[in-house]
Design a protein around this ligand. Structure first.
Ligand code: SAH
Ligand code: SF4
Ligand code: F3S
Length: 476
């Protein structure tokens, strides 16, 4: 789920693959693997729904699959390399079983298009993130002996009315995509090229999906978008009203709408963008207990010079002002971040500024990366990737070490208090324990007693490891 286990890790799930548990009753078997961010995982649930309608059920076994679809990520070069290796594996399988259909979905599909089909002959099918409705037709085309591609990006597609098939679910937490694409053009980032223009999904369809999930026993939803703060319904990107007959909805209002679905439904969201995060959103969070007190606010760098070259749209001071607003409006709210080490032109002073900002904010958790140049981005065209690999590595290490200290300190500060926990299931380490998160997204482990998944319990925390809280239930 969102920032799993509050672990300090160098590589985000971006790159890790998830194979889905078997679902559906269709005759043909689909192996669906997801790489990349939560939006990709959420998209795979749309794909499973579309493929389910077309007569497929999912499998975990490559050997019994009729169709293999890899939902891919292009964010950093190593994410792509992992997928390429996986494709080589399926190519070998296909040499033995020529009827096997292999397709690439998601962000690499958009980036590489024909290259994968023609030059490398690794796949039969290439489908971009806005073309999943076309999958059954495209597969039919492949069945007929042709190769198939649809990488058209759309200005409207939000898959609003498609009911996602929940994959690999604990039955308690689910993702809801509230928008697609990104209009920001951060100079290092490939996402605007792979996912197209930003568009927001109908708020009523979002609230309806949250309600349906609650009725099925889910107790937590995470609203997903690359920049949730710029969610706008019935408004142009400039904020002008599109249809005066209809209400307009911004992110603060959407958050309230979803929070009101049921006070027992926890609401989380990701990702917030520092340039767009308003006090309105913070006040709405403070007003509703079921909106979790946790904000992922990627800073990328602590140096205003670097931020300018990154085209992030804020300075170090602006960012610090946003942190102050969070601490003022919601004292104790957990804050996590993303940091890139070694962006073009980053000096030792710039790097020190990142470390000093981390010391000031003391993030509970961070995803930390070495800069990886991406084709077509502004940075690739305009700046030189001039920080040597070993310097990037050393800076990243310093960032990670500092973050480990901050994370451990954060966890320790939570000991000795009672935390409201939503139980997610058995603890990974012991059958005798259950686990769940507090509002601040820290994992809490405690003896299972008679409690069950989906229940809220108050846990007195008496001890901790570096990222996990340990305690006992004092009330339910
Ligand atoms: N929309 C989110 C980020 C999505 S990508 C936001 O704006 O915060 C997730 C993270 O990957 C980014 O926050 C950034 O830290 C990292 N990232 C993106 N492009 C990268 C690149 N070219 N090299 C290294 N890290 C990158
Ligand atoms: Fe990429 Fe920036 Fe958009 Fe995030 S906000 S997806 S980093 S362009
Ligand atoms: Fe990767 Fe695409 Fe997400 S590039 S991070 S899967 S939007």
């Amino acid at each position: 789920m969102l920032h799993d286990g509050n672990k300090v890790i160098e590589e985000q799930r971006q790159g890790e693959a998830t194979m889905v548990e078997p679902v559906g009753t269709g005759k043909r078997k689909l192996l669906l693997e997801s790489y990349g961010c939560q939006m990709n995982f959420s998209d795979s649930e749309i794909v499973a729904s579309i493929m389910g309608e077309a007569g497929f059920s999912t499998t975990r076994e490559a050997e019994e699959a009729d169709v293999v679809l890899l939902n891919t990520c292009a964010i950093r070069d190593n994410a792509e390399q992992r997928v390429r290796n996986r494709l080589k594996y399926f190519k070998a399988l296909k040499d033995r079983r020529p009827e096997l259909v292999v397709g690439v979905l998601g962000c690499m599909a958009e980036r590489l298009r024909d290259k994968l089909l023609e030059e490398e002959k690794l796949v039969d099918l290439v489908v971009g993130p806005d073309a999943y409705r076309d999958l059954p037709n495209l597969i039919e085309k492949v069945d007929g002996g042709q190769k198939a591609v649809n990488v058209l990006l759309s200005r409207e597609e939000t898959y609003a009315e498609i009911s996602p098939v929940r994959l690999d679910t604990n039955g308690i937490s689910a993702f809801i995509s509230i928008m697609r694409g990104c209009d920001n053009m951060c100079s290092f980032c490939v996402v605007p090229f792979t996912r197209g223009r930003e568009r927001s999904r109908d708020p009523q369809s979002i609230a309806r999906e949250a309600k349906e999930l609650f009725d099925k026993g889910y107790r937590e939803v995470t609203l997903l978008g690359q920049n949730v703060d710029s969610y706008k319904w019935n408004m142009t990107s400039k904020g002008e009203v599109k249809d005066p007959q209809k209400p307009t909805v911004n992110f603060a209002q959407l958050l309230e709408l979803v929070a009101k679905v049921n006070p027992d439904l926890r609401v989380r969201f990701s990702t917030s963008h520092p340039k767009d995060m308003t006090d309105d959103v913070l006040h709405t969070m403070a007003k509703y207990e079921n909106i979790c007190k946790y904000i992922h606010l990627p800073v990328q760098s602590g140096s205003s010079d670097v931020l300018k070259r990154m085209n992030r749209g804020y300075t170090r001071d602006w960012y610090k002002n946003r942190i102050e607003a969070i601490n003022r409006i919601m004292p104790g709210c957990a804050i996590s971040t993303d940091i890139i080490a070694g962006f073009c032109g980053e000096t030792e002073e710039d790097h020190e500024l990142t470390l000093s900002l981390m010391k000031e904010v003391r993030y509970g958790m961070a995803y930390m990366f070495k800069y990886s140049e991406r084709p077509r981005t502004l940075a690739e065209r305009k700046y030189e990737d001039d920080v040597p690999e070993e310097v990037k590595g050393r800076r990243l290490k310093e960032i990670i070490n500092l973050q480990m200290e901050c994370s451990a300190e954060r966890t320790k500060a939570m000991v000795g208090k009672v935390h409201r926990v939503l139980i997610e299931g058995p603890s990974k380490k012991s059958e005798a324990d259950l686990c769940g998160r507090n509002s601040e997204n820290t994992m809490v482990v405690f003896p299972k007693g008679d409690y069950r998944s989906g229940q809220y319990v108050d846990v007195m925390v008496t001890d901790c490891t570096s990222v996990t809280l340990l305690g006992e239930v004092v009330a339910s």
